[in-house]
Design a protein around this ligand. Structure first.
Ligand SMILES: NC(=O)c1ccc[n+]([C@@H]2O[C@H](COP(=O)([O-])OP(=O)(O)OC[C@H]3O[C@@H](n4cnc5c(N)ncnc54)[C@H](OP(=O)(O)O)[C@@H]3O)[C@@H](O)[C@H]2O)c1
Length: 292
């Protein structure tokens, strides 16, 4: 048996095994399983040992190791280096029998693909991103690459927005950039929540200050996928915004990782059905836990 691992800590919330294993089955990939491999911080270094083991075919990396894994890998793709985060590790076999661990970032692809599927084109638009962590960086790079006219970064910790803006400005010199300009929210065509605010088990929280008025016809995109309908999305919809939830990004980032590991085309529809079912089951189990 060979394994694809999900490394992070804690991992109780993850639904990736459900849809990755469904994809492996659908593509006839036998004797390979995608499994959670939770590594607490004192075992972080063991991730590299586990990756080098012959029975490991590759991995996803999630919170809190997406950034700290970079210096431990043999190679990091240019995109993952620019974003400063790795969420996928591919093992490249060399002619001399050695193996190279290559860090990739499929979050940016997943982020953009979910927008494309909804026919949202950020070219020439003013967009705002709430957050400045790994997901915000992936979103910002994807939007800049797609030709956004201006990006406004809004984050609780100012230093992190400045650090991300500095990196963006070096690569996308002609794009407009602003930091913590909350007044601009009413004039942005696309607003993205890339913070963890509103995520289960705190679904009543919103990353927006109260009474923010959105631009008419704005698209509002929440990267949080549990719950599928966050307070942020609900309130935006009530103002007439078009909304995009985080589950599609999760599926597309997973689909790209699947293709990198297996060389096969990802069965996106099957992955979507399995992911939605796994999420429903997780929410039902959590509700039953609360009631019990
Ligand atoms: N749908 C998908 O496929 C997908 C993929 C990746 C991530 N995500 C989601 O995106 C979110 C962020 O992930 P990440 O990897 O970027 O995490 P991260 O690097 O830890 O960044 C977390 C971000 O959330 C902000 N934040 C956290 N608590 C906050 C609070 N109480 N008030 C205001 N801001 C707060 C942080 O602000 P500070 O800088 O001030 O701490 C930071 O900007 C998570 O919900 C994650 O599940 C979804």
């Amino acid at each position: 048996m060979k394994y694809l691992y999900l490394f992070g800590y804690p991992l109780g919330h993850s639904i990736s095994p459900a849809f990755q294993n469904a994809a492996l089955r659908a593509c006839g990939v036998r004797r390979v399983r995608y499994v959670k491999n939770p590594m607490p911080p004192d075992k972080f270094q063991e991730i590299i040992l586990a990756l080098r083991a012959p029975h490991c075919l590759g991995a996803n990396i999630t919170v809190p190791y997406k950034q700290t894994i970079l210096p431990l890998l043999d190679e990091v793709s240019p995109l993952a280096r620019e974003i400063g985060a790795v969420n996928t590790v591919v093992k490249r076999a060399n002619r001399d029998g050695s193996v190279t661990l290559v860090g990739e970032n499929t979050d940016a692809y997943g982020f953009m693909q979910a927008l494309r599927a909804r026919r949202v084109n950020p070219r020439g638009q003013r967009v705002a991103i709430l957050g400045a962590g790994g997901a915000a960086a992936a979103a910002a790079y994807a939007l800049a690459e797609a030709g956004a006219h201006e990006i406004i970064l809004l984050n609780r910790t100012l230093a992190r927005s400045i650090e991300l803006a500095d990196r963006l400005v070096q690569k996308f010199r002609r794009m407009g950039l602003a930091i913590n300009d909350w007044d601009a929210l009413g004039k942005t065509q696309l607003l993205v929540n890339a913070t963890s605010v509103g995520m289960s088990p705190h679904p009543d929280a919103s990353p927006l200050p109260p009474h923010v008025l959105l631009a008419p016809h704005a698209v509002v995109y929440d990267l949080v996928y549990n719950p599928p309908m966050t307070r942020f999305l609900r309130e935006a919809q009530a103002q007439g915004a078009r909304i995009v939830g985080g589950l599609e990004m999760l599926i597309y980032q997973g689909a790209r990782a699947f293709e990198l590991w297996t060389g096969k085309r990802a069965p996106v529809r099957i992955m979507r059905v399995s992911a939605a079912r796994a999420l429903e089951e997780m929410i039902r189990a959590a509700d039953a836990g609360h009631k019990g």
